[in-house]
Design a protein. Structure first.
Length: 339
């Protein structure tokens, strides 16, 4: 079966006794998928990826889709929108929905918007992937789990298994998780391990209803290049400022123009102007950096990655503006593109 094989391939440093304990535990807890394995014909379904901030949801989505479509960083609240990614494989089309981490620390207008996105995403899907760090279950995890209904099949994704030093401790932890929710499957894994990702796809396939695909076979996301550009700027912003810059900083695309190739064999051209919005003058100085070096690097790294993903030549201009208190202003939150 999938989950024990998954453990076995991640158990390089695990003793035989610990591995056998986990395999026995997984077998005893396994519930047959409600939809059964796919039969001949097309299968398609919505799969929501949920969890607290920083458990690896966006990394998992990118791995499942096979290409980067959702930004990642160590800063909490990196993902702020519902990101849809598609993977078509054999007769199956998986429509994955990455959600913001459920927010509990700040009750401002921005976080209320993010939490509304999470609740909406889990309301009408065929399968939920509840992502936690392997061996851990915090009060923040519990708040997300409380949002999940019992009528939608849910897989427990015990992510970052590669960070667990004593793998034998996973078996009793899985037992404790069984008591918290009626999970359809337990999947200890690492989103960075290709074999683990393939096994997860195999498990998810069993829950897809038989119906026509919703998207073309080669489509990877329903998000536009304009959206991707704003997200990449925000990713580089967070990565290059670390914990210095508050999470409320955001990015607005002021101009996004596409020009066709000038000559045969040349790439199309994207002209983009974006504004980084911060809440204080001190934050603006931090983003710009000494002699403008930091904002130059943000722009350069964004441009290089966007040119790869969009297969285009990119001209990118970046500006920084101060908008104090925007995250507490519902109208401004909506005007900046949040639901």
């Amino acid at each position: 079966m999938n989950a024990p094989e998954n453990i076995a391939n991640n158990a390089d440093s695990m003793g035989a006794e610990g591995q056998n304990d986990i395999e026995a535990m997984l077998k005893s807890m396994r519930v047959a998928p409600g939809s059964g394995m796919p039969v001949q014909g097309q299968h398609c379904g919505l799969v929501a990826i949920v969890g607290k901030p920083n458990v690896g949801k966006s990394t998992l989505l990118n791995a499942l889709v096979g290409q980067k479509i959702s930004i990642t960083s160590r800063k909490a609240q990196t993902t702020r929108h519902r990101i849809t990614g598609m993977r078509t494989q054999g007769p199956n089309q998986f429509v994955f929905v990455d959600t913001p981490g459920f927010q509990t620390l700040h009750a401002n207008a921005l976080n209320k918007s993010l939490n509304k996105t999470v609740v909406g995403a889990v309301a009408d899907v065929d399968l939920i992937l509840f992502v936690v760090e392997a061996g851990s279950f915090t009060p923040a995890d519990a708040r997300v789990l409380a949002l999940l209904g019992k009528n939608i099949p849910t897989l427990l994704i015990a992510n970052k298994l590669d960070n667990v030093h004593r793998r034998g401790d996973i078996a009793p932890w899985l037992q404790s998780m069984q008591e918290k929710h009626s999970f359809a499957e337990f999947v200890p894994m690492s989103a960075k391990n290709a074999k683990d990702v393939e096994r997860l796809l195999d498990i998810c396939a069993g829950f897809l209803p038989e119906q026509s695909w919703w998207y073309a076979e080669d489509e990877l996301t329903d998000r536009s290049e304009k959206f991707l550009a704003s997200e990449l700027v925000r990713e580089k912003l967070f990565r290059l400022t670390g914990d210095e810059l508050p999470y409320t900083s955001t990015v607005i695309i002021d101009k996004f123009e596409e020009e066709p190739p000038q000559k045969k064999g040349h790439k199309r051209l994207l002209r983009i102007a974006a504004t980084i919005v911060v809440e204080r003058d001190s934050h603006k100085a931090m983003v710009i950096g000494d002699k403008g070096e930091r904002i130059k690097r943000i722009g350069m790294e964004t441009r290089v990655e966007l040119e790869k993903l969009a297969d285009a030549k990119v001209f990118l201009e970046l500006w920084v503006k101060v908008r104090s208190g925007w995250a507490d202003d519902e109208a401004r939150v909506r005007s900046f593109g949040y639901e």
